[in-house]
Design a protein around this ligand. Structure first.
Ligand SMILES: Cc1cc2nc3c(=O)[nH]c(=O)nc-3n(C[C@H](O)[C@H](O)[C@H](O)COP(=O)(O)O)c2cc1C
Length: 172
């Protein structure tokens, strides 16, 4: 039984044959610019929810957890996401303000990982984010928090059909 499951997993297709080109030598010096370029290409390629990413956090003892979130913005303060401060991730970020993001776009064989420190953005910005949610309907939520991840490392990864996968790393 478990052997047949193992075989089924082994037989699943991996990356599509038709993958985009990526030459790190031509990549912009600013990783946020490369992310914007890749996001445009993902949307043009029909990737659904390219702004969704997995966020990994840890509590003070180092116990890890992860979940999917939506990227809200990129600016000089960092990579923005929003959640409830009282949630598990909110409590973990209060105890240990560091996190790792991972974006994966299967149709293009692209992965982007971003890790660093997490800071709280302003009450005004958090309230605006809450108000812009489709279900907010004029309500307020004092528990809602906009955060910014300030990267110390970012890696763009491009799958290659010949398995010479390409990595482009920024140390900040
Ligand atoms: C694609 C996707 C996007 C999501 N976006 C958010 C988000 O932006 N903010 C949020 O708080 N939860 C979002 N969620 C729900 C979280 O994954 C998670 O279930 C919830 O925030 C509770 O996480 P926690 O218990 O680890 O704190 C999203 C889930 C999915 C699948």
């Amino acid at each position: 039984m478990s052997d047949s499951f193992r075989r089924r997993l082994r037989a699943l297709p991996d990356f599509p044959e038709d993958l985009p080109a990526f030459d790190p030598a031509g990549a912009p010096a600013d990783p946020q610019q490369l992310f914007r370029d890749w996001l445009d290409e993902a949307l043009a390629a029909g990737v659904r929810q390219p702004h969704a990413f997995s966020l990994a956090t840890a509590d003070a003892a180092g116990n890890l957890s992860s979940r999917m979130l939506i990227l809200k913005n990129l600016d000089d303060s960092g990579w923005h996401f929003a959640t409830a401060r009282s949630s598990r991730k909110g409590r973990e970020l209060a105890a240990n303000p560091r996190a790792a993001m991972n974006f994966y776009w299967a149709e293009q064989g692209r992965q982007i990982r971003v890790a660093g420190a997490v800071v709280l953005l302003s009450d005004d910005a958090s309230a605006r984010d809450w108000a812009e949610r489709p279900s907010a309907g004029g309500s307020a939520n004092p528990d809602w928090q906009l955060y910014a991840l300030q990267p110390v490392e970012i890696e763009f990864w491009q799958a290659d059909p010949g398995r010479r996968h390409i990595r482009h790393r920024y140390d900040l």
